[in-house]
Design a protein around this ligand. Structure first.
Ligand code: TA6
Length: 312
């Protein structure tokens, strides 16, 4: 039975895990599990799911949920000694009853504030005190905004350094038909080639094989064009210089136990991230990383929506 709170509902999700349901007046919705502060659903006014959730996703700690928007903190991938993508995505977060005010330029009545602090066990593997606040908001135009605020609360005067990503799994009609705009001519590290550095060619990015690239110092806007669905995802990011593009394709998919063999055809990860230049915070300092996702109808053929216009 859902409990109606000020701007959200608290409900029981898969395996009885607590989840937050955000609803916007015109039928849009989003769901966030307290486990990992993990957005698992974002739906438009027609009730269409915009995020990809693996057909074999496991909702059982300590396994991270495969799909939606996992949070990678305090470490992206294996850029450090912790488990892949850090531990924030497999911890139970709390509802933040009194978050510090968050100036926002988008109006939303549907939002929730969540908070993570390290446990004694976390301090053994990453000896730093922090407060990680996340606001998830569903805007009046259906846009989904995630705002992270990470504060160093060490009392021993020690700074700490971290890398970060919003590991977003977008739902697409057919991976071989989508294009990504906004990353042309940029340098990237290829995770399939020992993170060697390359420069992207001048055209939009398309997909015909496994892709795992970290684009460096990207523009703040990136677009994913899904012709078949006549839909463009617009990704706006602040405080997150880099962007990771990942699709495991067929072979790698078979090695990932909680990803269906065919899932790769209908998913694309484009992840707003801070990797190349890790974030360092002294005690008392706070970092903010904001992600805003919109899904806009696009009729590419009629040229109504020119991707270049989207990115301006
Ligand atoms: O973000 C891309 C990536 O780092 C890939 O290398 C791949 O490992 C993917 O994340 C999934 O990672 P996970 O730890 O969730 O299996």
């Amino acid at each position: 039975m859902a409990t109606k709170r000020h701007h959200f509902e608290l409900a029981k999700g898969i395996n009885g895990l607590d989840k937050i349901v955000l609803r916007e007046s015109r039928g849009r919705s989003a769901e966030v599990y307290l486990y990992g502060s993990h957005v698992t659903s974002w739906k438009n006014e027609n009730g269409e799911e915009l995020l990809h959730l693996s057909s074999k996703a496991i909702f059982k700690p300590p396994k991270p949920i495969r799909g939606g928007i996992p949070l990678c903190f305090p470490q992206f991938s294996n850029f450090g000694t912790l488990e892949s993508h850090g531990f924030a995505r497999n911890r139970i977060w709390e509802i933040d009853a009194s978050p510090p005010p968050l100036p926002s330029n988008s109006c939303s009545n549907a939002f929730v504030d969540l908070i993570l602090r390290p446990t004694e066990d976390d301090l053994k593997i990453w000896p730093h005190n922090f407060e990680f606040r996340l606001r998830v908001a569903l805007g009046t135009e259906g846009e989904l905004t995630l705002t992270s605020r990470i504060r160093n609360t060490n009392s021993d005067g020690k700074p700490f350094t971290f890398t970060f990503a919003y590991h977003t799994y977008f739902s697409v009609s057919d991976i071989s038909e989508v294009r990504v705009e906004g990353l042309e001519t940029l340098d990237y590290l290829d995770n399939l080639k020992n993170r060697e550095r390359f420069t992207e060619q001048g055209d939009a990015i398309t997909f015909e094989s496994e892709t795992d690239k970290i684009y460096l110092s990207t523009p703040t806007k990136i677009a994913i064009l899904d012709h078949e669905k006549k839909r463009t995802f617009v990704i706006r990011k602040d405080g997150l210089a880099d962007a990771v593009v990942w699709n495991p394709w067929d072979k790698k998919s078979k090695t990932i136990s909680d990803l269906g063999d065919e899932d790769y055809k209908h998913m694309l990860c484009v992840e707003a991230a801070a990797i190349e230049r890790p974030i360092t915070l002294k005690p008392g300092e706070e970092w903010k990383g904001r992600l805003e996702l919109s899904a806009v109808p696009s009729s590419y053929s009629s040229g109504q929506l020119d991707p270049k216009k989207v990115l301006e």
